[in-house]
Design a protein around this ligand. Structure first.
Ligand SMILES: [Zn+2]
Length: 282
C-alpha cells in the first residue's frame, strides 16, 4: 500500500517531490508482512516496549514478549504513567494505587521473563500524559531509546483514525513514541543527550500495538497460559478490586483473573495470537 501511494503521488510532479517529507505521513497502511524475519524467532537481540500504563504491554504483547524472553533476547520496558487514577474505590488514594500498580507491573513482567531491573517507571499521572510538555517527554523517551539501543520497539499505533478516539494517554504515547524514535536517530536532536553519553541510535523496526491496521500476526499459543498468568497480576484493574481494593483477596483475585484472561485471550479453537503493525516506514 505504501509503495502504491508513493508511486501515484510521485507521478503528480515536482511539486509533490518538494513535499517529500510529508509522504511518510500518508504511509498509514503497511502491507501484510510476508518476509522471513520473524521477531518471535529472534535470539540475542534487544527490544524496548513503550507502555502508556502498567498493563498495556502485557495485554497487547505479552505472548510475543514471553517468546522473545524465552529466545534469549534482552527486553526493556518503559511505562509512561503510574496508572494512579485507575480505580473506583472511594477510599483509594493516588499514591497507594501507584504503588499497587507498580507491584502488579513487576509481577506481570517477571512472569513473562523480564527482570524488574529492566523496567523504567516514568511516573507521570494517569490520564494526563497529553498535558506533559511534549519536548520533555520526547527527550526522555529518546534518551531511553539511546540507552537501550533496541533492534525493535513496541509502541501504540499512532495511525489515524483510531487514535482520534483512543484513550488520551494512549494517544499521547503513540505520537511521542514515534517522535522519540526520530529524535533518537538524529544526533543533533537534543544535543545535550549526546553530551551526556547517549549516542544516536537508529531503530530499524517498530511493532505497533493497538493497531487498526495490523499486518503481522504472532502465534503465541505455546505461551498463551503464561500471558494469562502475567496479565492476572493486574488485579486492581479488573473485577471486584477495581471497585473496592481488598488486600486480603489478592491471591484469590489473581487466580480468578488468570482464568478470565485465559478464556478471553483464546480463540474458539483454543489458540492464542497477537497482532501488530510491523513497520519500517515511520
Ligand atoms: Zn492503557
Amino acid at each position: 500500500m505504501f509503495r502504491l501511494i508513493l508511486t501515484a503521488t510521485l507521478s503528480l510532479g515536482a511539486a509533490w517531490l518538494l513535499a517529500a517529507p510529508a509522504l511518510s505521513q500518508i504511509a498509514q497502511v503497511d502491507p501484510e508482512y510476508t518476509g522471513s524475519d520473524r521477531i518471535e524467532e529472534w535470539s540475542g537481540k534487544r527490544v524496548l516496549v513503550l507502555s502508556p500504563h502498567p498493563d498495556d504491554d502485557v495485554l497487547t504483547s505479552g505472548g510475543t514478549l514471553a517468546l522473545l524472553a524465552r529466545g534469549g533476547n534482552e527486553i526493556h520496558v518503559v511505562v509512561y504513567t503510574s496508572g494512579n487514577a485507575g480505580s473506583r474505590d472511594p477510599e483509594m488514594t493516588r499514591e497507594r494505587l501507584a504503588a499497587i500498580r507498580q507491584g502488579e507491573e513487576i509481577g506481570a513482567m517477571t512472569t513473562l521473563g523480564i527482570p524488574k531491573e529492566h523496567i523504567v517507571f516514568l511516573g507521570y499521572d494517569d490520564g494526563m500524559l497529553e498535558y506533559v510538555d511534549a519536548r520533555t517527554l520526547t527527550r526522555e523517551i529518546a534518551r531511553e531509546i539511546r540507552r537501550v539501543r533496541p533492534d525493535a520497539i513496541f509502541s501504540p499505533d499512532p495511525g489515524v483514525p483510531y487514535v482520534q478516539y483512543h484513550k488520551s494517554d494512549h494517544r499521547a504515547a503513540s505520537i511521542i513514541g514515534v517522535d522519540a524514535v526520530r529524535a533518537a536517530r538524529w544526533r543533533l536532536y537534543f544535543p545535550e543527550l549526546e553530551r551526556a553519553g547517549y549516542q544516536a541510535h537508529d531503530v530499524p523496526l517498530l511493532f505497533f500495538y493497538y493497531s487498526a491496521t495490523p499486518n503481522y500476526h504472532v502465534d503465541i499459543t505455546s505461551v498463551g497460559p503464561l500471558k494469562a498468568r502475567a496479565a492476572g497480576h493486574h488485579i486492581s484493574q479488573f473485577g471486584p478490586l477495581f471497585e473496592k481494593y481488598d488486600a486480603s483477596r489478592e491471591d484469590e483475585q489473581r487466580k480468578a483473573q488468570e482464568q478470565y484472561f485465559l478464556e478471553r485471550f483464546a480463540d474458539e479453537n483454543g489458540r492464542f495470537s497477537e497482532s501488530f503493525r510491523r513497520s519500517e516506514n515511520y
